[in-house]
Design a protein around this ligand. Structure first.
Ligand code: ADP
Ligand code: MG
Length: 263
């Protein structure tokens, strides 16, 4: 898949950007069952370095399970997944090293409620990367500035709107300088009026060249920002292609049905 050259080239050195190389993801023959329930039935898909892929599909189709397999929050039954240099499915994979390259943003923001916004963004770089307080705070403030929330750094999460909390979650993930960002329905739990600011932060990240795999029901976002859209149904990839094609002119009946219901 082609990545717009201008965007791929801008991946480094962007203020508030990640400043490291983007990692790609390759998934081959991925199967995952929970007991008798085969949730992923042989998924092949990839995300090129710097590419933005939106994963769409009905509830229960296996999107979250797929994302969780990528950073090995779930262990696949079969298949291979590589993330940059790391083979996520190899028995000897260094999970800590791999996960340091992957930022994940969930529907529920999972901020530490007893810590300030700034502390939420510095705790992991200090503990895991061994950064000094000053170093971690400088980086955190830069990332909070990038999502427009520097002025709220001393607040606690419960003093912020849902959309602001989600932007903190994005900033927090970026302080770890990930090479890949996974988003699992980041705006689904938000009040409608706060969705736009979160999507704007994600769009900015995409433009900075971040590799992004985004599960979303926001078809407008997918159409504008995604390089490719992948439609999943019942544990299989049914259709994929450029966003304009899959959303604007779907070929498979199941994709057509799904889009008729969400658009
Ligand atoms: P989606 O994100 O597309 O809504 P999920 O990946 O969350 O789909 O779920 C797909 C299926 O896997 C569902 O039937 C769900 O009940 C099942 N499932 C997901 N996680 C678990 C789990 N930890 N244990 C058992 N079943 C699970
Ligand atoms: Mg889900």
């Amino acid at each position: 898949p082609e990545v717009p050259a201008a965007r791929a080239a801008s991946a480094k050195g962007v203020p508030g950007g990640h400043g490291t190389d983007a990692a790609g993801v390759t998934i081959t023959g991925l199967h995952k069952s929970f007991g008798d329930n085969e949730v992923l039935k042989g998924i092949d898909m990839s995300v090129a370095p710097g590419e933005v892929v939106c994963l769409i599909g009905a509830s229960g189709s296996g999107k979250s399970t797929l994302l969780r397999c990528v950073n090995r929050l779930e262990t696949p039954n079969a298949g291979t997944i590589t993330v940059g240099e790391h083979e996520a499915t190899h028995p000897d994979v260094n999970l800590d090293a791999m996960r340091r390259q992957i930022g994940m943003v969930f529907q529920q923001f999972n901020l530490f409620p007893h810590l300030s916004v700034l502390e939420n963004c510095t705790i992991t770089p200090r503990r895991v990367l061994g950064q000094s307080k000053a170093e971690a705070e400088a980086e955190a403030m830069a990332q909070l500035d990038a999502v427009g929330l520097k002025h709220l750094s001393e607040r606690r999460p419960d003093q912020l709107s849902g959309g602001q909390q989600q932007r903190v979650a994005i900033a927090r993930a970026l302080t770890m300088k990930p090479q890949l960002m996974l988003f699992d329905e980041p705006t689904s739990a938000l009040d409608p009026e706060t969705v736009g600011d979160v999507l704007a932060s994600m769009r900015k990240l995409a433009q900075a060249g971040m590799t992004m795999l985004v599960v979303t029901h926001e078809m407008g976002f997918a159409r504008e920002v995604a390089d490719r859209v992948v439609f999943m149904d019942q544990g299989l990839v049914v259709e994929e292609g450029p966003a304009m094609a899959v959303i604007g002119d779907p070929q498979q009946p199941r994709t057509q049905d799904f889009l008729r219901r969400v658009l």
